[in-house]
Design a protein around this ligand. Structure first.
Ligand code: UN1
Length: 498
């Protein structure tokens, strides 16, 4: 039976939720090390606790998945979709409860947490309708009495490895297309957010997904290595850092296993001289500081036209002054902590290094615990929103810090603005602010990015269109929409004569 507790959520000091793994349709305690997920805003609060999976569980899960997948692949796609639709309804019903759990476990705000649970439901619903969409292709034949059909078939058993920052939406956008296209899944979520992983698995299990079709292995990174090395693996979808992604991609390639990698970003917002500066300031604020900057699509670089740079920064500062940083389960808070103290420590160290290299602080907000940190007392997972004016070699310009830090450079022309935006090894998303459609069209050609937003923030993605990046940001096929179908299926070309 599922491990979720159904009662209303009123208190933020409630008892930790017991964690369970899902293997072959059974909810079980792991044989591995104990694991507790903590509220990064209040580290004394344990949100969920249990024991982790051990590497041998990967083999058990893979076998359960293989057995289940044979039958599932023969189940009509509309029936498979109906399971996803029921799981979507269950998540919608529990959106407030799970949204609060997300805020407590990961640190994003209550509104973002609840929004993410609803987004996961939306993705499940989108994939539930996959049976109504084109399933393949039909070609004429150069020979009389023959037609050529291209049909799609599942890969088989796929691995899914997901990050902490969207603990339910990213898993949903990998697992839902995998399942609806007839694959079984072995899933290793980030071990900082096990409760939200369990919530998604419970929703699918409760919706009637056959035993073994989704296996949830909570545990250390070694499980991911075990998974990619398993001889039964037919595909692997990963979101996370470029370093880990490339290591997994190498393992997958050496075994001929298809790999889909969604990796880092160092996304620029470009504010041109003709932009609506109020709109741009609002969207840059959202892009850089929502979810505490912990999105691969977050705006972490700002390229601003010299002639409007001061006017733009003068519009950003009061918005930042009004930006409340604190416990994300308080609905009036705009930005919570980072996911862990050590993540915050890394961002603080990078900001200090950037300053030591000559970066100028244009804005630094306040964050709870920051003073204590300065005094060398209790460490804190909070980092204040920070805007730095930097040079081309600054760590804040080059590296994905995954925190609330915006690195700024000024451009003397549109051309220079595009050149500066392109000055990155990453190419996930970009945001361009201009009123000139011709300039926007130029940007489409000039910017080597997977996603371009014109007059909106660099983050965000719809479930029916491709998601993924260029350069170091992506590897292999993209995610979502028809791109997900491409990845989670292969084709059989049928030369058909009567
Ligand atoms: C979004 O921009 O809303 O890890 C989603 C990430 C991305 C998802 C971004 N894969 O942040």
């Amino acid at each position: 039976t599922a491990a979720h507790d159904a009662g209303p959520v009123t208190s933020s000091t409630r008892a930790p939720v017991p964690l369970r793994l899902l293997i072959g349709g059974e909810w079980v305690a792991g044989d591995g090390e104990p694991l507790a997920s903590r509220n990064p805003a209040r580290p004394e609060q344990v949100v969920a606790e249990g024991t982790q999976a051990v590497p041998a569980d990967v083999d058990r899960a893979m076998h359960a998945a293989r057995t289940a997948q044979c039958e599932w692949a023969r189940t009509p796609i509309h029936e498979r979709g109906a399971v996803l639709a029921r799981a979507a309804a269950a998540l919608e019903e529990r959106a407030d409860q799970h949204g609060l759990e997300l805020a407590r476990e990961e640190g994003k705000t209550l509104a973002e947490g609840t929004g993410e649970v609803l987004r996961a439901a939306q993705i499940l619903r989108y994939c539930a309708g996959e049976g109504d969409r084109a399933a393949g292709e039909h070609y004429a034949s150069p020979r009389r009495g023959e037609r050529i059909l291209v049909t799609r078939k599942p890969l088989g058993v796929v691995g899914v490895v997901t990050p902490f920052n969207f603990p339910i939406a990213i898993p949903a956008w990998k697992i839902a297309p995998a399942l609806v296209h007839g694959n079984a899944v072995v899933w290793k979520p980030a071990s900082t957010v096990p409760l939200l992983a369990m919530r998604l698995a419970e929703a699918l299990d409760g919706a009637g997904l056959p035993a073994g079709m989704l296996n949830l292995l909570i545990g250390p990174g070694a499980l991911g290595t075990e998974l990619v090395r398993h001889p039964g693996l037919d595909g692997l979808s990963f979101t996370g850092s470029t370093g880990v992604g490339r290591a997994l991609a190498g393992e997958a390639a050496s075994r001929g296993v298809p790999f889909q990698g969604e990796m880092g970003g160092k996304n620029a917002a470009i504010v041109l001289a003709d932009a609506d500066l109020d709109l741009a300031a609002e969207q840059v604020l959202f892009g850089a500081f929502r979810s505490t900057g912990q999105k691969c699509t977050a705006t972490s670089r700002l390229v601003v036209a010299e002639e409007v740079a001061d006017a733009f920064l003068a519009r950003l500062a009061p918005r930042l002054d009004a930006w409340r940083v604190g416990d994300p389960s308080d609905p009036s808070v705009h930005m919570g902590p980072l996911v862990t103290e050590s993540a915050a420590e890394g961002v603080r160290a990078a900001v200090a290094a950037a300053e030591a290299e000559g970066a100028r602080v244009l804005y630094r907000g306040v964050a709870p615990g920051a003073e204590a940190h300065d005094a060398g007392a209790a460490p804190s997972a909070f980092v204040p929103p920070t805007v730095l004016e930097v040079g081309p070699d600054s760590v804040a310009w080059r590296e994905e810090l995954f925190g609330p830090v915006l690195a700024v450079r000024r451009a003397a022309s549109v051309e220079e603005a595009f050149t500066l935006a392109e000055d990155s090894e990453f190419g996930l998303s970009a945001a361009l602010f201009t009123r000139d459609i011709a300039t926007a069209l130029e940007a489409v050609d000039a910017l080597d990015v997977g996603i371009l937003h014109v007059n909106s923030e660099s983050a965000g993605a719809d479930p029916h269109v491709p998601f993924g990046g260029a350069k170091k940001s992506g590897y292999g096929p993209k995610e979502q929409g028809a791109a997900a179908r491409e990845f989670f299926t292969h084709t059989t070309t049928v030369y058909l004569r009567g």
